[in-house]
Design a protein around this ligand. Structure first.
Ligand SMILES: [Ca+2]
Length: 397
């Protein structure tokens, strides 16, 4: 199959989240309300057998879920078409929290893709969304701020939109999608390489474009000149060497990332091209390789490449008949209800929803210069206590 056909035939990433969402629900409901402040060593036998069960129906193409730090226990679910729904006390609230379907172009890898609540949401009611739209013929990524209603906490003020940033998209795919506040209080944004196949514009390695990057902006400080946000003082790049929003680069499509709430480390699933999926620990000014490398392999396959200065993934796995097509980044589990999962990075893959089942651990070859070792018997990783896959029925490492 030619590469282009492969890419075009790849099912939409976003559809996979309808399968991943139940996994997130299990994780959240497994938290038991407690947050661990210490790293718990895994039991010798590995994590427990897990089963997933859906407990809410009626969602249309859910692609993400976020929880504000407001003590209400509400879950906010992103529907790809442009609505944010609330799950409260285990039930789906009928009226959407926000409905911007009229603004959104959705389908494939497009739509309402990201949501992040301000760390002080309970007092300032501010939240941020990422959606794609078509302006004339131009597809764009739009990052906006909204406010929740002051009178009804289950209703956003639809007229409160303030657009922070607009990025033109040269192709329809690889739009990234994640928004998340870091422990530093800054807003992190994931943008893919612009799309097509193989990053034909070279955006991943180009510090003059926001595509193929993870960005970091300050939504609380005085606006930088010409911008609707501030630039954190310790962002790594300053024009003309690079755009000031860039935090890390060399990414293909960091569709989902999250911060480990204990270590603060930023775990990102970066979707691969045709052969390998990867998980990265995103660091300041880091170059994560794309499109010189696909995971820890030179790209295009069979080529030679200089790897100096490139940060290789902490883990990767190959596309094969047993699973592996597009990584869906997940979370480091820090709950207490499922003790055997403590410290594990739980994530998914498009081809198998919440699970991936490589035929053998050797399908995930640790990078040669990585400090992370993932083998059948060793689960040591310098970055996290464990990095493992889980399956619906059993842990598969
Ligand atoms: Ca990479």
């Amino acid at each position: 199959m030619p590469p282009q056909a492969e890419d075009e035939m790849r099912p939409s990433l976003v559809f996979s989240l309808s399968l991943v969402a139940p996994a997130l629900l299990v994780m959240l409901f497994g938290c038991g309300g407690g947050s661990s402040s210490t790293v718990v060593n895994p039991p010798p036998g590995g994590p427990p057998a897990l089963a997933l069960s859906a407990f809410v129906s009626g969602l249309a193409s859910p692609v993400g879920m976020e929880v504000p730090n407001d003590g209400t226990g509400r879950l906010f679910v992103l529907e790809q078409g442009g609505r944010i729904r609330i799950i409260q006390n285990g039930a789906l609230v009928a009226a959407p929290f926000l409905d911007i379907t009229s603004k959104v172009e959705s389908g494939g890898e497009k739509g309402l893709l990201g949501l992040a609540f301000h760390p002080s949401f309970s007092s300032n009611r501010r939240f941020f969304v990422y959606y794609t739209r078509r302006l004339s013929l131009q597809l764009q990524s739009v990052f906006s701020e909204y406010a929740a209603s002051s009178s009804n906490p289950n209703q956003a003020d639809a007229s409160s939109e303030r657009i922070l940033l607009v990025v033109n998209q040269p192709f329809d795919n690889h739009n990234g999608g994640q928004l998340a506040f870091g422990p530093d209080g800054f807003l992190y944004i994931g943008l893919g390489d612009g799309g097509s196949e193989g990053d034909p514009q070279g955006n991943g390695q180009n510090l003059q474009t926001l595509l193929g990057k993870i960005l970091r902006i300050d939504v609380d400080g005085a606006f930088a000149p010409g911008k609707q946000y501030a630039i954190p003082a310790d962002n790594p790049f300053t024009p003309p060497s690079g755009l000031p929003e860039i935090w890390a680069y060399g990414l293909r499509n960091p569709w989902r990332f999250s911060f480990d709430r204990v270590t603060g480390k930023l775990f990102a699933g970066d979707v691969g091209q045709n052969s390998f999926e990867e998980v990265d620990i995103i660091t300041r000014a880091g170059n994560f390789g794309w499109n010189k490398m696909e995971a820890s392999h030179c790209y295009p396959p069979g080529s030679s490449c200089g790897t100096a200065g490139l940060i290789l993934p902490i883990m990767e796995y190959a596309h094969n008949a047993s699973g592996g097509e597009a990584v869906i980044g997940g979370f480091v589990y820090r709950g207490s209800a499922i003790a055997g999962l403590a410290g594990a990075y739980v994530f998914g893959d498009l081809s198998s929803g919440t699970t991936i089942s490589p035929s053998a651990p050797s399908a995930r070859t640790p990078p040669a210069n990585s400090t992370c070792s993932i083998t059948a018997t060793a689960r040591c990783c310098a970055y996290a206590p464990r990095l493992e896959h889980i399956s619906r029925k059993r842990e598969i490492l």
